[in-house]
Design a protein around this ligand. Sequence first.
Ligand SMILES: [Ca+2]
Length: 523
Amino acid sequence: MNFTIKNCIAVLMGSLALVASFSSLASVFPKEVTVEPIKGAKKRNIVFILTDDHRYDAMGFMDHPFMKTPHLDSIANEGVHLKNAMVTTSLCSPSRASILTGLYTHKHRVIDNNRLEQEGVIYFAEYLQKQGYDTAYFGKWHMGDHNDHQRQGFEHWVSFAGQGHYWPPKNKKNWTLNVNGERVKQKGYITDELTDYAIDWMKESQRKEKPFMMYLSHKAVHANFTPADRHKGMYDGKVELPANHKIEDYGEHTPRWVRDQRNSWHGVDFPYHSEVDIKKYYQNYTEAFSAVDDSIGRVKQQLKDMGLYEDTLIIYMGDNGFMFGEHGLIDKRVAYETSIRVPMVMQLPSLIEGGQTIENVVANIDIAPTILEAAGIQKPAHMDGQSFLPLAQKKKIKWRDYFLYVYYWEKNFPQSPTVFALRGNKFKYITYYGLWDTDELYDLENDPKEQHNLIADPKYTKTINKMKNHLFDMLADQGGMDIPMNKPKGNESYIRLRTRGGDKAADFPEHYVVDKPQHTNAQ
Ligand SMILES: [Ca+2]
């Protein structure tokens, strides 16, 4: 065999390996949508309401210092509050893909906010269609930045490209919504307009004859937070920031990257590279939510008017958390509680007793199996999540003790590293990939704000090792030992503000710095 032939064979083998790896990616989804009905189960109507960047505690019934959310509160009163709801990746598109597919981010591979879904992707709505459901999608899709085409599984479709706009944008004369393939101008304030579309669809006569699933996905409350005119100023003089943490609040073992991130696009010292007043910013956020609360009220009233209220499952959730000063940061992505926790409430009066609080950790990957169960469909084998409907029915079932969190570094926002975290009921362990910096361990029971990193305390060595092992075992079990990558795309927000110490890197964590050489025998 000469060198050239050998080379050709090597290339051919390499290509085969590449094909094999591509096909193993594609195989996450089954080739066909096969419905396995649950014997004797009813097909209940389903309303799923999603918001963007709504943090877990921005709800009136959680004793919020000033927010009023009567309609959201009413779901918790008449149903359950899933107090420990989390997202497996705290970022818009990855979390939305997890909701729609029931899969971890490394499986559906929507790892940033700029990409389309994988070929062969299956959404839970496709199972509902096979089960005889009418299905409709209203609002923000946001997978594939400029792409609002109608996705499979939804026979009725009202959406828009990317982030959308609170009001029709003056600088984009051709801005339209995609309404079942037609380009239709946005007329007014988007939260109200999406609700109008949703209510009109609910009113159509066949809704009483056939089971339906409505997915109402608001643009609110994503930045730049814009309240409806009727809500502007409603919290004037009442606003308190959730947090405004200084470096000293966290002690000497804080990761270096966290301290550096303060002076970045996602930090309190240089937020969005602007002079924005975070307190005013938070006020706009809370006021913008009021139109969502109105929307929830209108949908609930419509179900009552149609006589469908008792037997319709309503789930409300946010797609990821949001920080307003915790750890000196804003936004999301990181593994701290305010980033990974989301608001979630659910009601189904005919099946679920009202006024309950569920403590179990539930997640975005559990939404699809839960909705499918309410529709009388068994969880498809490929899905990672699990239905939490039995928890609300007070049934004794096996539930996760540990929650796996992943986030993959984006060149667009280089200040947040690749993160893997394991959250137990008491401890959370966080580690970073490809970074010279410290891991973290928090005692969530005694330190719920995660201000005391216990990683260097010898008392916790056993706990740390146990959690580290368990995290990587879980990643291996869940197919997460390969880090998905994308070709960089979009703007890169890497600058720092010199006048706030932006030309200086943060100190290393104290336990990384020693006073004398360690290896005395080195030659
Ligand atoms: Ca989001």
